[in-house]
Design a protein around this ligand. Sequence first.
Ligand SMILES: CC(C)(COP(=O)(O)OP(=O)(O)OC[C@H]1O[C@@H](n2cnc3c(N)ncnc32)[C@H](O)[C@@H]1OP(=O)(O)O)[C@@H](O)C(=O)NCCC(=O)NCCS
Length: 224
Amino acid sequence: MRDGIMDFAIRPMRVEDLSQVAEIERQAFPTTWPPTPFRRELGNNLARYLVAWSPSAKGVPPSLRGDEQSTSDSWFQRLTDSVLSLFGAAPERLEPETHGLVVGYVATWFVLDEAHIISIAVRESLRRLGLGELLMMAAVELSMARRAQRVTLEARVSNLAAHALYEKYGFARVGLRKRYYSDNNEDALIMTADGILSPAYQAKFQALVEAYHQRRGHAMRILA
Ligand SMILES: CC(C)(COP(=O)(O)OP(=O)(O)OC[C@H]1O[C@@H](n2cnc3c(N)ncnc32)[C@H](O)[C@@H]1OP(=O)(O)O)[C@@H](O)C(=O)NCCC(=O)NCCS
């Protein structure tokens, strides 16, 4: 990454990523309970889970890794894991040093001609480095490859960072779901990028991809 600190790439999520993905979910969506059953979701034919990762965590300062190495063996973590294991959902605990550092993920569901981005998140310590944009780019490319006509998602009305990212990629505000989030009864903004296969959207998207490569360097994206 030109503007970043190391090389990142996109690839499908794997079982060995799950402990790191769970950490990122806890950082990004602290009120989500129960945690997303990512292991089960990997077998969901309607869904595709991608991660942004760096093949090696070596050389990345712990402060930037932002992982929970020091607390991963805490009594609370062990308790959570044993509760989850009752449901067959306990994450595998593997070290980033040997399996690469997962820095973000995006989950997309495909139904008929629509792609629905269910979740997108980046490690807290590595935000504003272009990783959310890289994940968004990959989710849109995947949606185009699957011949979806539109990509839609919900975002908290207060989540201005997410709105800015989505607007950059041509998502328009198309509606509101009142009191969608049960933790604080916050409304959800529905945002949609329509006609993603149209020449106009394709041209806009290509320009964004080129600008991204100029600014951040080329990031490999393996979508399937
Ligand atoms: C939303 C999120 C994924 C963005 O990831 P990120 O890696 O920080 O974003 P990037 O650095 O790739 O930024 C891409 C674009 O998003 C927008 N953006 C991101 N963070 C922003 C912020 N704090 N304020 C304003 N705009 C922001 C900008 O348009 C930016 O483009 P620019 O670099 O040309 O200004 C990240 O903030 C996150 O994980 N948040 C917690 C989880 C979450 O809220 N997910 C969305 C649920 S709907």
